[in-house]
Ligand binder design. Structure first.
Ligand code: PLP
Length: 229
């Protein structure tokens, strides 16, 4: 087994154990492989081991890898910050966007989603830890943003996403994830998705209802940001 195959098996076991610990079906937790900074060869290897969903943060890097891997039947998720001049290629080349945090971006994605493609799956990113520098809409802004996005014709609002302030304490990790779940449950909409949990805190996220865990380091190893992006 290659390192990536071994890592996939380890992460799958963590997901299974975390789900079973709280009486959830492990199949209700999707594994989104976060492949930012990783070469196309690593994605190919993970795909050969059965991974279908890949998350990318940097648009040009993602487009280059998609072009290289075009023959593979992969589902692409955009999970990074979005500048408004980048929405068109995102609308054209991705199946999901997890990091929508303002109306203008959502409107542009809806306007620019090609007619021949299905509606773009959307998660609204919420700043659950209240850090000034973090992306994500404020919890108070969420109901209005969600209503507006749910009405956009070329978007399909699926749920919420968060990146809480890092914490080593599982109880503290759960507080942030529970907050995202509560915000989802309080909306007057039926949303099936909670995109939360990364390599360090996937157990806490699954305990609080994650339906996508976004895993980079635990699958691919440490990232090398020296690589051109
Ligand atoms: C990089 C990244 C991840 C993966 O983080 P790891 O700690 O490497 O698992 C998940 N979500 C987002 C939004 C990211 O940018």
């Amino acid at each position: 087994m290659s390192t990536i195959e071994k890592n996939i098996a380890k992460v799958a076991a963590r997901i299974r154990e975390a789900a079973q610990a709280v009486g959830r079906d492990p199949a209700s937790v999707g594994l989104l492989a976060v492949s930012k900074t990783q070469p196309a060869a690593a994605i190919r290897e993970a795909a050969e081991a059965g991974i279908r969903d890949f998350g990318e943060n940097y648009l040009q890097e993602a487009l280059d890898k998609q072009a290289e891997l075009g023959e593979l039947p992969l589902t692409w998720h955009f999970i990074g910050p979005i500048q408004s001049n980048k929405t068109k290629p995102i609308a054209e080349h991705f199946d999901w966007v997890h990091s929508v945090d303002r109306l203008k971006i959502a409107q542009r994605l809806s306007d620019q989603r090609p007619a021949e493609l299905p509606p773009l799956n959307i998660c609204l990113q919420v700043n659950v830890s209240g850090e000034a520098s973090k992306s994500g809409c404020a919890p108070e802004e969420l109901p209005q943003l969600a209503q507006a996005v749910a009405a956009m014709p070329r978007l399909r609002l699926r749920g919420l996403m968060c990146i809480p302030a890092p914490s080593e304490d599982p109880a503290e990790q759960r507080v942030a994830f529970a907050r995202l779940r509560a915000l989802r449950d309080e909306l007057p909409l039926t949303l099936d998705t909670l995109s939360m949990g990364m390599s360090q805190d996937l157990e806490a996220a699954i305990a609080e209802g994650a339906t996508w865990v976004r895993i980079g380091t635990a699958l691919f190893g440490a990232r090398d940001y020296g690589r051109p992006q």
